[in-house]
Design a protein around this ligand. Structure first.
Ligand SMILES: Cc1cc2nc3c(=O)[nH]c(=O)nc-3n(C[C@H](O)[C@H](O)[C@H](O)COP(=O)(O)OP(=O)(O)OC[C@H]3O[C@@H](n4cnc5c(N)ncnc54)[C@H](O)[C@@H]3O)c2cc1C
Length: 472
């Protein structure tokens, strides 16, 4: 008999994972609690429900998200192929008729001879066989309790607290200074954006005037952990709260004045290459346009390029860098795997990508092959490397962005690339890296290499609008 894999959750990740396994001859038992029970964000009963926007964001492969679309298409993604079938006009975005899309996914999965659908909520992890948990950001309570018991309560989070991340090139180095508080670490680990009293007061006023995104009903009873409060919530607790909190200037000598500034915004390197920096303690529920405007008041960040915006959401996710192996199995219980948003990726496409990877790597393992991770120069690889290796002190989920990629090697004699050329160079490097990786995969499970025929694939002819996840 063919091996059996239990996949829990028929959302984006679970549907993709089940499909990849089934297509490679693996028997899949796919559990979905709908229609008996829905998460608070769901309103429909079909699989792969898009709970908010009906868009998979930009389809332009010069954006990281469009590049990830391209890679998923090339690797035979069920979700991307079905999205294409139900596409609706949306400029350069890939948007779908959500009902036809979800119904289409469900019909394909139910019709697959290797997939058995079980319409029940899983309360406990099946005791035998390989398991993939793909139950998403709103994993049902009983299962979350069970997972916390297996991973350790402190390794499963229920809210994210994401600070904005900006591109290194866009920081005005004439206005910021490198220093660690009290000279700790190597002495210059942080970039510091100093403010005088007038600047600080104007900044706090702007923060308080900005309109936060409304809380979802199921987020209304949120009690933020100390240290995870949105920056605007801290600001609202008193005019000096930020100055005694994340904007504390103590121990930070500004070399231009020899003194501590009135207040400071600290930037911490997001990766070892220092191509991206996060605003320490600036998790926020401000709308993206307000983030760009208000945070642009910070000295040195007037022209900041946001690689990702900040957010605070109800979100169930694991401390993956400390828990998971490259096949997304638990280090302490290798038969128990995770896919999708629960691993710390964020967004429809990223969750799909995570599901595709787990499907491929498990199918390979069941046939006795070890599948190497895609290289971090690909969008898929960059995302998986973040999940497994993020160096942040407290792991936070991420959508895909260029700050997750290794920097481009400078070409001898070529001047520093502009933003649009950089994006194009990243895409070209990713394209050939994916080809090399795919060709090295064991033949029996090798993903198809679908020709890329979407109009955006002519990388040199495309302008590059910013890649961003919708406000949610
Ligand atoms: C309110 C909200 C708005 C969002 N808006 C956007 C957006 O606009 N754009 C975007 O890209 N991303 C958005 N996201 C993120 C998005 O939901 C996820 O990225 C994506 O759906 C995650 O895919 P997933 O497969 O990991 O989980 P899901 O798609 O959530 O799928 C998980 C599935 O598991 C099932 N399930 C849960 N527990 C059990 C159980 N115990 N037993 C059996 N089945 C179970 C659920 O019913 C669900 O079908 C939003 C998330 C939320 C909560």
């Amino acid at each position: 008999m063919n091996p059996l894999v239990h996949v829990i959750g028929a959302g984006l990740a679970g549907s993709e994972c089940a499909w990849q396994l089934a297509e490679r001859g693996v028997q899949v038992r796919l559990y979905e609690m709908k229609p008996k029970r829905r998460t608070p964000a769901q309103t429909a009963d079909y699989f792969a429900e898009l709970v908010c926007s009906n868009s998979f964001r930009s389809d332009n492969p010069n954006n990281t998200i469009g590049l990830l679309h391209e890679e998923l298409r090339r690797l035979g993604s069920l979700i991307l192929a079905t999205a294409e079938e139900h596409r609706v006009p949306a400029g350069d975005a890939l948007a779908v008729d959500r009902d036809l899309f979800g119904q289409g996914i469900e019909a394909k999965l139910r019709a697959h001879p290797n997939i058995e659908v079980v319409g029940q909520e899983v309360l406990q992890i099946p005791e035998d066989g390989i398991v993939v948990v793909a139950t998403g950001p709103l994993t049902s309570d009983e299962l979350a309790t069970e997972l916390a018991a297996r991973t350790g309560r402190e390794r499963l989070a229920f809210y994210d607290a994401i600070a904005p991340i900006i591109a290194d090139e866009s920081i005005d180095r004439d206005k910021v200074f490198a220093a660690s508080r009290w000279g700790k670490g190597s002495g210059d680990d942080y970039l510091n954006c100093p403010m005088d009293k007038l600047q600080y007061t104007a900044f706090v006023d702007a923060l308080l005037a900005a309109e936060p995104l409304p809380l979802q009903d199921f987020e209304k009873d949120v009690h933020y952990f100390q240290g995870c409060q949105p920056v605007e919530v801290i600001a609202a607790s008193g005019p000096k709260s930020l100055r005694f909190g994340p904007m504390k200037p103590t121990g930070l000598d500004d070399p231009r004045t020899g003194r501590w500034p009135y207040a400071v915004v600290q930037l911490r390197a997001e990766n070892r290459h220092k191509t991206a920096w996060n605003l320490v303690g600036f998790q926020t529920k401000m709308r993206q346009a307000d983030q760009a405007r208000v945070l642009g008041m910070i000295p040195g960040l007037e022209h900041a390029e946001f690689l990702r915006f900040g957010s605070v959401h109800r979100n169930t996710f694991l401390d993956s860098p400390r828990l998971l192996r490259p096949d997304m199995g638990l280090q302490s219980e290798p038969r128990l795997h995770f896919a999708g948003q629960i691993t710390g990726v964020e967004g429809y496409v990223e969750s799909t990508a995570s599901g595709l990877w787990v499907g491929l790597v498990l199918a390979a393992a069941l046939q006795g092959h070890e599948l190497p991770l895609p290289p971090p120069t690909t969008a898929l690889g960059a995302l998986l490397h973040h999940v497994l290796n993020a160096e942040q002190p407290a792991f936070q989920p991420s959508n895909v962005h260029f700050g997750l990629f290794p920097p481009l090697e400078p070409e001898p004699g070529v001047r520093k690339l502009g933003k649009s050329d950089r994006k194009s160079a990243h895409s070209q490097r990713a394209r050939s890296a994916l080809t090399t990786w795919r060709n090295a995969c064991p033949l029996a499970i090798r993903p198809v290499d679908n020709p890329v025929d979407n109009p955006g694939s002519d990388v040199n002819s495309i302008a590059s609008p910013p890649s961003e996840i919708s406000d949610s």
